[in-house]
Design a binder for this molecule. Structure first.
Ligand SMILES: Cc1cc2nc3c(=O)[nH]c(=O)nc-3n(C[C@H](O)[C@H](O)[C@H](O)COP(=O)(O)OP(=O)(O)OC[C@H]3O[C@@H](n4cnc5c(N)ncnc54)[C@H](O)[C@@H]3O)c2cc1C
Length: 382
């Protein structure tokens, strides 16, 4: 395994970091307080090619390899402090673009991918329901019924990221209840479809700059060609996009943890108490050492996943391990950052506490940490 980056990859990383620092942090404290999504920043990310990193050039994308994609996400996390924006981008790329690119017909790809790459269309996945979260397939209640004109979609989805601003929803619904998980299908639903109702933006603990709401389908009539893949292939579509989402959606947090580490080192060197820098106290320096070890372990596991994906390996186990490792590392590093900064770390103005609020969601979305560990346990035969 070769871990060195080419000059081209290194230059791209530097460009992404510089771009993120300059363009993506505007007015962040206020936007976080007011739960405001930054559409202008979204468009700038699209212009740089971020949204289409993995999309083939024929649909307007970059056609980048997997390690370069991961490196770009890491660079975004290092330069951009707006974790909500980066989460929204991840949800768009991995839960909406990825399944359309993999399972879409040529017409579906032509219809959606160029707009999803150039920033004009925002996408997301609608899976979770009020009664079904971790057991998404077992307790699904949303149905899609075949008619002569197409499909009638009925049900409720909740916790749907991007929904208040999204144009395209990749929605899972039961088309044949008797078949259980084999009777679930996937649909591409346009925002302006009659019968599609989008709720108000949820107030959240963190990731506030990423919008989220309920999604209601009140006998929404979808055209025949709204189905993604064949009827009953929902599990296959979901498994594909979740493998990407689990393994990629927290890639930016590796860059964030690098920034948190550097900020903590600077602070520990300059903040003096009892006549010397606080970094001279072992309880502080060891906390910082643990931040470093967590960061490098998470980064290595993530690069290994990138390499495996690039080489066509089965990555279900690795994706689950990467997800839980980064999610838990980011929470602990955010806690440590606040502790090292003392009272200043607890204040909104310091922009240290926001990372903890944002990081905690990483233990829940794309499958909770407990569900990721259940998956790893299954791979171990437990
Ligand atoms: C910020 C954020 C963004 C999200 N974005 C989206 C989105 O865009 N689209 C979408 O469809 N969904 C989205 N979700 C929903 C997310 O996927 C669910 O919240 C998640 O799958 C957990 O489901 P739940 O909240 O119903 O919790 P539950 O499944 O009810 O779990 C509650 C608790 O029980 C534990 N638990 C459940 N089953 C087991 C088990 N078998 N073993 C051990 N522990 C278990 C869980 O780990 C958790 O601690 C988002 C959630 C968040 C927080």
């Amino acid at each position: 395994m070769d871990f060195s980056w080419s000059q081209e990859q290194q230059d791209f990383y530097d460009t992404v970091v510089e771009f993120s620092k300059q363009e993506l942090n505007n007015d962040l404290i206020r936007r976080d307080l007011e739960s405001e999504f930054d559409r202008a920043a979204w468009n700038k990310c699209a212009e740089l090619g971020i949204l289409g990193l993995q999309v083939p050039e024929e649909y307007g994308g970059q056609g980048a390899d997997v390690p370069t994609t991961y490196l770009a996400m890491e660079g975004l996390g290092y330069g951009c402090r707006d974790n909500g924006l980066l989460f929204s981008i991840g949800a768009h790329m991995w839960s909406a673009i990825s399944p359309i690119e993999r399972f879409g017909t040529e017409a579906q790809k032509q219809k959606y991918l160029p707009g999803m790459v150039d920033g004009s269309l925002i996408g997301v996945q609608g899976m979770t329901e009020p009664g079904s979260g971790s057991d998404a397939f077992g307790q699904m209640a949303t149905t899609a019924t075949k008619t002569d004109d197409g499909w009638v979609l009925r049900g409720n989805k909740t916790f749907i990221s991007n929904a208040p601003v999204a144009d395209v929803f990749v929605v899972f619904a039961l088309t044949d209840k008797a078949k259980g998980w084999a009777g679930i299908s996937t649909f591409i639903v346009d925002r302006d479809t009659p019968g599609v109702e989008i709720g108000a933006n949820f107030k959240k603990m963190g990731l506030r700059t990423s919008t989220m709401s309920e999604l209601t389908f009140d006998d929404a009539l979808l055209p025949e060609d709204a189905i993604l893949a064949k009827p009953g292939m929902g599990m296959m579509v979901f498994t594909h996009s979740m493998d990407w989402e689990r393994g990629c959606i927290l890639a930016h947090a590796v860059g964030t943890m690098q920034r948190q580490l550097e900020t903590a080192v600077d602070y520990a060197k300059t903040r003096e108490q009892y006549g010397q820098p606080i970094g001279k106290y072992q309880s502080i320096s060891h906390m910082i050492v643990d931040m470093k070890i967590r960061l490098e372990s998470a980064r290595l596991l993530m690069y290994q996943l990138a390499w495996m994906k690039e080489h066509g390996k089965d990555t279900k186990l690795q994706s689950a391990m990467v997800n839980v490792t980064i999610a838990e590392a980011w929470v602990q590093t955010s806690l440590d950052s606040i502790q090292i900064h003392g009272g200043y770390g607890y204040m909104t103005e310091s922009e240290v506490e926001r990372d903890l609020r944002d990081a905690l969601a990483g233990r829940i979305y794309s499958g909770t940490s407990q569900i990721q560990k259940n998956m790893v346990a299954r791979f171990l035969g437990l």
